[in-house]
Design a protein around this ligand. Structure first.
Ligand SMILES: NC(=O)c1ccc[n+]([C@@H]2O[C@H](COP(=O)([O-])OP(=O)(O)OC[C@H]3O[C@@H](n4cnc5c(N)ncnc54)[C@H](O)[C@@H]3O)[C@@H](O)[C@H]2O)c1
Length: 324
């Protein structure tokens, strides 16, 4: 069942933290399209004002320029809210290796502040972004909840700690928390710029501009690249999930496996470019292969992703062609 058919109580209010970012702005758009109210909270640190301006004229949309590191901001944002989708965090494994203290403050304390505010304000469901990086160096594929290895970056640690708080807040205080372990999300509005940009938008932009992308490693690494609409579906379904499914973390992916080098040449074909890539060193904190077992989210959240990699990448390329 498509998430567009999901029904929430008529006057439901959603709070999306990180709503000016890539995934958060797609969540805001989906919730508004379903006719519900959205409060977007973002400090615009990596997010963009233009992702707020898109919706600012919609009477169901409110923007709060606030920071999840500040408990008072979180309390104000959670007031009168039914569902929280906590997306605010800094991403990027390599950047977290350069600045671990900031990641601790932003991604752990920030999420803890949000859970505490949600608890005090009586929020119904607290859905939060975790990451496939919590699997660390565990070699088994597909990645399955309960089989996590040694962590490889401060970023991964922040997400693991968030999940532990998620479990505790359910157990100690009865807050229904759902951690969603996203696997390499891509799609419209993902930022192609900067040293820490994700590979798909970065390659698309460089190829459109006739620049030569660099692939870290040999390009034979594989990932479960996940179109953003699947992530939207998982978030909305988690908001309607039974209380028995709370206090847990779930893989959110398509369940496929794409090799970086294949994606590169597929993008070249789709954009009509003949550019051979450069190859650079492997990146610290990266693993070679990652793909997800999504059976837990299917069973307990009713997650049923509609967008294969092929379907999603076509939509993403079309969007970048029009919007870059
Ligand atoms: N994109 C992916 O592939 C991916 C994969 C796994 C997990 N995630 C997680 O999903 C979430 C969203 O990621 P994204 O790709 O949309 O990133 P993004 O950088 O586009 O969005 C994050 C948003 O959070 C905001 N933010 C950061 N710190 C904040 C703070 N202290 N207070 C308020 N707002 C703050 C930023 O300004 C930004 O708008 C993050 O938690 C990220 O760790 C993303």
């Amino acid at each position: 069942m498509s998430y567009k058919e999901l029904k929430f109580p008529k006057d439901s209010v959603f709070l999306v933290t990180g709503g000016a970012g890539f995934i958060g702005s797609n969540l805001c758009e989906a919730i508004l399209s379903m006719g519900y109210k959205v409060r977007c909270m973002d400090n615009l640190s990596t997010g963009k004002r233009e992702n707020v301006d898109l919706f600012i004229d919609n009477p169901n949309y409110t923007f709060l320029e606030k920071d999840i590191r500040n408990l008072e901001d979180c309390m104000e944002a959670c007031d009168g809210v039914d569902y929280v989708m906590n997306e605010a965090a800094w991403g990027s494994v390599p950047r977290s290796i350069e600045m671990p203290l900031f990641y601790e403050e932003n991604n752990i304390r920030g999420t803890l502040n949000m859970m505490e505010a949600a608890r005090q304000k009586g929020v119904k469901k607290f859905v939060y972004a975790s990451s496939s990086s919590v699997y660390g160096d565990h070699p088994v594929l597909p990645k399955t909840e309960g089989q996590e290895g040694n962590l490889l970056s401060p970023y991964a640690l922040t997400k693991r700690v968030d999940e532990e708080y998620g479990k505790l807040y359910k157990k100690l205080y009865g807050l229904d928390t759902y951690g969603l372990r996203y696997f390499n999300v891509f799609g419209k509005r993902q930022d192609p710029n900067g040293a820490y940009a994700a590979v798909i938008p970065k390659f698309i932009k460089m190829l459109i501009n006739d620049e030569t992308p660099t692939i870290n490693g040999d390009g034979k690494q594989s990932r479960d690249f996940t179109y953003v609409e699947n992530v939207v579906e998982a978030n909305l379904k988690a908001c309607l999930a039974p209380t028995e499914a709370a206090g847990e973390a779930y893989n959110v992916a398509f369940g496929g496996r794409e090799y970086l080098i294949d994606i590169y040449y597929m993008l070249c074909d789709a954009l009509g470019k003949k550019i051979e890539p450069n190859f650079g060193p492997d990146r610290a904190g990266d693993i070679k292969h990652s793909n997800a077992d999504i059976s837990k989210a299917k069973k307990l959240l009713g997650y049923d992703p509609e967008y294969s990699f092929e379907k999603g990448i076509k939509l993403a390329i079309d969007w970048y062609k029009e919007n870059l």
